[in-house]
Write a protein that binds this ligand. Structure first.
Ligand code: 26V
Length: 794
């Protein structure tokens, strides 16, 4: 497409789709017109892919996920369809600012963090690889809350991405599926009929996901909850206005809002309803499609692979059994076998408080037939394994991890260490019974968004050096290695990073009114706020360092900007205190005339995918400092390494694999191993001991306790200080001293010519972390699926 063709398409949509003319169009109208013009280019390859899936009778992958954290879509589509020149040219021609238009798009924030973002990367990679696939999830009216700071405290505001028209979805009123809850079960022999007492409708909305060079396009189908019986006109006519609208409002509640807490399981009824709602709608849709093409249900596992992203869709096990056994008359044991061969399950956390357990009473009320089937599935599992232990039900609760495990033919962890720990801890018994079921698929990230799109300077340098093949064959980045000896390459590599930092510094100045020196180390920790991720350890180190600079301001300190980003779950008190402490520390440090030249703290509010795209290309140092054994994988860690940031990190999650690949000399390692952590926890005096041995740590904690950062309320941080001294489950104190040492090593290395070499080795050796590699792994080890044959660039 040429710029002038693009321009015509935009003008056409402006007038005929949006009903605006050039003289009255706002930035919103222009963005929508551009989006529609780009969307037109998606449709043909997307239809083509669908047609070929049907014609070739290809096996389809169904990715069931409660979260898809996709972020903005316009630039992604433009890049994958190679329309940058056309779009930029058209915008320039129209006298519009292309960057500004892209920035006008709201993020689709239909996820909390790592799990949802992984699902989004997987969707893009499946399209790039021409893996016939469909994502299924919920079309939340409100995505993850927006974060604001008020006197340093987090304030949550509703997120309203659907307030504006969403350019990328196609409504499918004809894809409307009845979903029931409650009611009673009527048993007929071993089979049963379920008569729900409450019904609503799941309506589909399709978003095309286009792969690199438009070779293939899959669909993300998100369900919206609609009332079965709409508006009650009789009641309205009687003057009962609120009651007339009630059933409608109630039904819609189901897809109203994303649960914002991904750290503690609370067993909320609405959450269980959401889980069943989207899982049941998806399974019905999948079976409908299968039955339109094939007439033998035994072949389901050959033609469909259904991936459960964590336990949120775990009800898929019993529901699929119900559809096959109760509704289609298949023998129970056979139904379980078919369901199991179709289903697989990814575990994303070992934290006990985040593992889903549903109260049997609640489950029995909402899903009476499913609870019966869970008991039978459990009995069958005991019979088959000869075990006497009831696995999926305990203390009046249904354990969804165990249920998912016994209903899946493969269960995977998301990094080598995590998978190993799954076998040794949470799923120890089940692993012994099924020693080949657990497999590892280390996470990955899509290089299109996380390098090509977010870091154009580094991308151009890479393409000029080794050609363009890296974009969909990321391991080609290793071809950069011979150039790392070349001083002109290194200079350009450093220049790209510097320019990214200058851009970020300008944004900090304009948007946050904080000035930072781009020559400083840009040290970044961005992720959800959680004790195990240890933002507070990073803060303590910052405070200790600040105190040391104050003691001796003229000692030639290496300047640093500590950048934080992340949201706390609204009900997570400790995380919210960390948010506030970060802001309070920033306030004190940034206004300290003695030290602010050397140390600043920046905490932009509302960290999201788009902010990540801005921060990661400008980072020198990536903070991956979780307590070993707690972070299942991490994916931010991969994005940073790929963009030439060095990691300071523990041997946790995928950090282990990153360090193996980029090599130890290009990684700042510190801290205890997962085993050492478990050992040390046995010593109840671990924190006190560590504090007694490290006067810097003691002083930092004391400074927090003293009210230095909250003079108007000196006791504000006693909770954090006491937790650290007496409890410290996540071993902040015991790892602090080594963390400090590693940070000073960073100071020593930064600014030396070798730093750029180390950074470049990180980029050159991170190719394995492409989500294309991950998806190939799932296709081979779990899905038994092949890419569509003979795809060509669009
Ligand atoms: C759990 C819950 C509990 C009930 C309420 C809502 C909710 C929402 C999400 C979750 C799952 C949290 C697990 C999670 O996000 N794990 C992260 O997955 C990433 C992708 O595999 C991985 O990189 C991170 O290390 C891991 O923390």
């Amino acid at each position: 497409m040429t710029p002038s063709e693009m321009k015509n398409a935009i003008l056409h949509h402006l007038v005929y789709t949006l009903g605006k003319d050039v003289s009255t169009a706002h930035i919103y109208d222009w963005r929508m017109a551009l989006s529609f013009a780009v969307r037109d280019q998606i449709v043909d390859p997307w239809f083509g892919a669908t047609r070929r899936s049907y014609a070739g009778k290809l096996k389809r992958v169904y990715y069931l996920s409660m979260e898809f954290l996709i972020g903005r879509l316009l630039k992604d589509a433009i890049i994958n369809l190679r329309l940058e020149d056309a779009a930029l040219g058209a915008m320039n021609d129209l006298g519009l600012n292309y960057e500004q238009i892209l920035e006008d798009e709201p993020d689709a924030a239909l996820g909390n963090g790592g799990l949802g973002r992984l699902a989004a990367c997987f969707m893009e990679s499946m399209s790039t690889l021409a893996c016939p696939a469909m994502g299924y999830g919920i079309r939340y009216e409100h995505g993850l809350f927006r974060q604001r700071f008020e006197d340093g405290r987090q304030v949550e505001e509703p997120e309203d991405w659907l307030n504006q028209r969403h350019a990328w979805e196609f409504e499918r009123p004809e894809v409307a599926i009845d979903i029931g809850f409650g009611g009673h079960v009527q048993e007929i022999g071993k089979r049963a009929n379920w008569y729900p007492s409450e019904m609503l409708i799941a309506m589909g909305h399709d978003t095309p996901v286009i792969g690199w060079k438009g070779r293939w396009g899959n669909t993300l189908r998100l369900w919206e909850a609609r009332p079965m019986h709409g508006f009650d006109l009789q009641r309205f006519n009687r003057g009962d206005y609120a009651a007339a609208a009630e059933p409608e409002a109630l039904a819609r509640t189901l897809s109203r809002v994303l649960y914002p807490d991904d750290t503690t399981e609370q067993g909320k009824e609405l959450r269980l309803k959401q889980e069943f709602f989207f899982t049941a709608a998806s399974l019905r849709d999948i079976l409908r499609r299968f039955e339109s093409e094939y007439n033998d249900l035994k072949r389901l596992p050959q033609k469909a692979a259904i991936q459960m992203n964590d336990t949120h869709p775990a009800i898929a096990g019993p529901e699929l059994v119900r559809l096959l056994h109760d509704e289609r008359g298949m023998d129970f044991e056979e139904a379980v076998g078919i369901a199991r061969n179709t289903l697989s399950y990814t575990n994303h956390t070992l934290l006990p408080e985040a593992l889903e357990r549903w109260d049997e009473g609640l489950m029995g009320r909402l899903l009476p037939r499913h609870l019966q089937l869970i008991y039978r599935i459990n009995e069958l599992h005991m019979k088959d394994t000869g075990s006497r232990k009831v696995t999926a039900v305990e203390d009046g609760h249904v354990k969804m991890g165990e249920l998912s495990f016994i209903m899946a033919h493969k269960v995977n962890g998301v990094s080598a260490l995590h998978t190993d720990l799954m076998k040794k801890t949470v799923f120890k018994d089940l692993h012994e019974q099924h020693p080949t079921r657990i497999v590892n698929e280390t996470n990955g990230v899509t290089p299109r968004r996380w390098l090509l799109s977010c870091n154009p300077r580094l991308s151009s340098l890479i393409t000029e050096t080794i050609g363009e093949g890296w974009v969909d064959n990321l391991e080609q980045l290793e071809r950069l290695e011979p150039h790392i000896k070349d001083s002109s390459f290194l200079e350009r590599f450093a220049a790209a990073k510097r320019a990214n930092k200058v851009d970020l510094a300008r944004w900090f100045a304009d948007d946050l009114k904080i000035s930072v020196d781009p020559e400083s180390i840009f040290d970044v920790q961005i992720k959800r706020i959680h004790e195990y991720k240890r933002q507070h350890m990073n803060l303590l180190e910052t405070i200790a360092h600040w105190l040391e600079i104050r003691d001796n301001p003229n000692a030639g300190w290496v300047p640093r900007v500590k950048i934080f980003g992340g949201k706390a779950a609204p009900g997570y008190v400790f995380a919210k205190e960390i948010v506030r402490l970060t802001n309070d520390v920033a306030k004190v440090l940034n206004s300290d005339p003695l030290t602010s030249r050397y140390l600043k703290v920046v905490y932009p509010p509302n960290y999201n995918v788009s902010l990540a795209e801005r921060l990661i290309p400008a980072a020198d140092l990536s903070e991956q400092i979780s307590t070993a054994g707690k972070e299942a994988s991490g994916t931010g860690n991969m994005k940073f390494a790929l963009n030439g940031a060095l990691t300071i990190g523990t041997l946790d999650g995928a950090n282990v694999e990153i360090r193996d690949l980029v090599k130890a000399e290009n990684f700042f390692l510190f801290g205890m191993t997962a085993e050492e952590v478990m050992e040390r926890r046995k010593d109840s005096g671990h924190a006190a001991e560590a504090i007694a041995k490290d006067s810097r740590l003691a002083r930092a904690i004391e400074t927090v306790r003293s009210g230095r950062f909250s003079p108007e309320e000196p006791g504000r941080y006693h909770g954090i200080a006491d937790n650290l001294t007496h409890h410290d489950y996540f071993m902040v104190c015991s790892d602090f001293t080594d963390f400090w040492r590693a940070q000073r090593e960073v100071d020593g290395a930064f600014g030396k010519p070798n730093w750029t070499c180390m950074a470049a080795y990180n980029t050159a050796r991170s190719g394995w972390f492409s989500s294309d590699r991950t998806i190939r792994g799932y296709m081979a080890d779990i899905w038994n699926a092949a890419p569509a044959p003979e795809v060509e660039d669009a």
